[in-house]
Design a protein around this ligand. Sequence first.
Ligand code: BGC
Length: 383
Amino acid sequence: MNTFIYSTTRASAVAVGLVLATAVLGLTGATNAEAGTVSKLAFGKTPDGKTVDLYVLKNGRLTVKVMTYGAIITSIETPDRDGELDDVVLGFDDLNGYLGTHPYFGATVGRVANRIAKGKFTLNGKEYTLAANNGPNALHGGLKGFDKVVWKAEELESGDGPSVRMSYVSPDGEEGYPGNLTVSVLFTVTADDKLEIKYTAETDKATPVNLSNHSYFNLGGKHGDSIRGHQVTLYASNYTPVDDALIPTGEIAPVAETTFDLRKPSQLGFLISLLDNTPQGFDHNFVLDKPKGRMGLAARVFDPKSGREMTVSTTEPGVQFYTGNFLDGTNKGKAGVAYKQHQALCLETQHFPDSINQPNFPSTVLEPGQKYTQTTVFAFSVK
Ligand code: BGC
């Protein structure tokens, strides 16, 4: 059972303060924060006794829950076209589920999202060997990535709405990566039903960094069946083909006249049936068309059954589009539902997989004195 240990008083007090400030100083932009609330629940303890808290961010018609273990999004609740609220992300009802084996449900992934071939790279003349956790390759940060550590949390009013900032210092050498890396992830829910995620990172030695969120979406809700009926648009004219181990070949290939052309809304079931990979489905990085380094649209997902629509915008150059191909019923998640193949889809906004070994991909190297930033916004509506 969760215990309620923090109320919304602070958020209300801030809102009153903002209203007064607006009246006295003629400030604008305070309205979003007024409606939102943030609350904190105890969510349990890790096996080594660390307390885990769950933050509930509520604004507009959107409620997002994010916990300090793995900076994991445990729930995103949003209405369908009849106003019925439901949770549109896969996960578990309690901390125990998340402490077990699962494929990164809702997690903040890093230090480097996706695969690094053979778990090796060379930087400034030095070869580094990472923890291999996907055959010979390193995946999503290694054996104990950012998804399996307890983050520090701080409640904030970001101006856009109620927020929680998670922070973590990844020590030099962790999972084989060089440099002490200070990371923060700011989660905000806005009055117009958007979840904003803003990442920052700084290092004291050159290191690759590629942060992302690994939420599994099913806009049909927690009992939603497969995502084969969802319509997906990806704003990408190119993608990065992969070998059998899902490592990019280095090529940047046009999607035109291939099954990877999702530039118009496309029903996933039909497209997936055309793919000949095993396990079948999309598990590919798409190269976004938006201007480099600037915020722009990555994807749009529509579920004709529930009427829910989600758009994804990002500052990142790519999005890993993954249709839950490896889900095989082993994980029993929320409400005891066994998560089957194509039960959900992920849109992991990020730099391209294995960038550190691919000279023609945008660089993931962060140098001391530089600041890594990335912003991704998930916007929810109905049609
Ligand atoms: C990868 C998949 C992997 C999944 C869960 C995705 O980002 O592209 O290959 O199975 O994460 O780890």
